[in-house]
Design a protein around this ligand. Sequence first.
Ligand code: ACO
Ligand code: ZN
Length: 167
Amino acid sequence: MQVILRQLGDCSIRRAEPSDLIPVMEVNLKTLPEHYSDYFYESLLAEIPEAFIVAEVGNKIAGYIMCKTEYGFSNFKKLGFVKKGHVVSVAVLDEYRRKGIGKALVEESVNGIRIRKCDEFYLEVRCSNNDAVRLYEKLGFVIRQQLHSYYRDGEDAYLMAIEIDHT
Ligand code: ACO
Ligand code: ZN
């Protein structure tokens, strides 16, 4: 059953289904240098479908966000391990950008990882990726670390994170 989360004009923001994975991979290939195996996409959809979300315009996938959950040290100086959501990848096709789709995908993924009782949500982003950094900052993510030579081409990443409130 399709779970539509919100409508932005002619764009539906909804949970991904197995039949969306090939078009999601196509969006990834066109928009980002980091690619993944078919199995990895399938396993993320199986693990946390609440935070694997697509943007659909007409019958076309225009963007996606996919996430995983992990246990690890807090990015906010809390003691001990916390449950964290991790944005693995988010992208919107060039021709659909600057319409609020990226923001909607990230916001809906925050809701998804809240359902999964994560304490924090984090991601890595290229330090030069101003569009993405600004989008995350607007949504409340803050830069917590700079990861040196994080990417294969040697570029640094910012680790950005947000605390999830459960009230
Ligand atoms: N008219 C004009 N501008 C608008 C409108 C509108 N109706 N709605 C939103 N905007 C503006 C926003 O204000 C924002 O601009 P600003 O930050 O300069 O103020 C800008 O559009 C972007 O916001 P969205 O539209 O919500 O985001 P978009 O759909 O363009 O997607 C994304 C952003 C995903 C970063 C996109 O640029 C992209 O796919 N980039 C390539 C892939 C990429 O870099 N992904 C992130 C990598 S990091 C990771 O995956 C963890
Ligand atoms: Zn990551």
